[in-house]
Design a protein around this ligand. Structure first.
Ligand SMILES: [Zn+2]
Length: 64
């Protein structure tokens, strides 16, 4: 089992596909990644469950 998995999300602003590298040894993480196309901040939440299933939520970081 590999600890690093790559996944694609689409930017909530411009829709561009962005590659994320997920560290599966961390079950829950939240961070902000700037879109490399439109440079706006994307709030990323990653959950890895005990079977190794990865769930990614990408949100508009400017939303209040
Ligand atoms: Zn974008």
């Amino acid at each position: 089992m590999s600890l690093l998995e790559s996944r694609h999300i689409s930017c909530p602003y411009c829709g561009e596909l962005i590659e994320l590298v997920i560290d599966c040894s961390i079950s829950e993480q939240n961070y902000v990644e700037d879109c490399f196309v439109c440079c706006r901040p994307i709030e990323i939440g990653v959950c890895v469950d005990s079977s190794g299933e990865i769930q990614i939520i990408a949100r508009d970081g400017n939303e209040v």
